[in-house]
Design a protein around this ligand. Sequence first.
Ligand code: DGL
Length: 273
Amino acid sequence: MISKSAPIGVFDSGVGGLTVAREIMRQLPNEKVVYFGDTARVPYGNKSKETVTRYSRQIVRFLLSQGVKTIVIACNTASAYALDEIEKEVDIPVIGVVKPGAAVAVQATSNGKIGVIATEGTIGSKIYSRYINEIDPLASVVGKACPLFVPLVEEGLWQDPVTDEIAKRYLTELIDIGIDTLILGCTHYPLIRSTLGRIMGEGVTLVNPAYETARELKELLEREDLLNSEEAKLGDNKYRFFVSDAAEKFKGFANSIIKYGILSAKTIKIEEY
Ligand code: DGL
């Protein structure tokens, strides 16, 4: 039987999934979290489906070894490529970030023109159009791969003229098409949200799937009777962070994204899982 006090496992290719972990911590303050960032193998966005699925399986095995009660794939690329298979392979609930993001975008748009910015993998999979058109067959979805955003974010260039310039190049065609809603379809992108918002202008709603993902997670835990009824105390191993490389650099980032004071990030050999 799954214990209610077990942690939630969250993973991403690097620091991006921390934007989802932060939202989970905010909406589900009683829950413990085990986070894994695959910092040795980031980015996932330009890798094949087979590779991303193999990496995701290793991470899922690691998270299961930590006794998690549910897994959140806090990476759009891994959600697009590996969620369906992983869901079938494990016997605890698994959720991704794409479906929740698609649902919010459909609610947010007035003119039915939705833009998606994401990695090459996520855009190539057409997963956002699939989910959006399942809800609203008339919505038009325009995807734009932005492969330079992840390295810019991982380098910490969140507010930088270089990021501005690259964002303008990527976003111009979406502005010209007249989208009124833009999905930040990569969990790294909320970290450059202010740049993206400034370039898109006030008339465009930016959708960050993290909020909706945490809300769906809450519903899922309620439905499965898995909500932690006791408050887990900070310091009591409440939030634990693991990476595959460069733990100190990760810790610095994590502390600027999550305001709970991350005490440590531990490096593990993920290929051994
Ligand atoms: N943050 C991830 C995503 O949401 C992956 C980015 C990458 O590693 O390329 O797609």
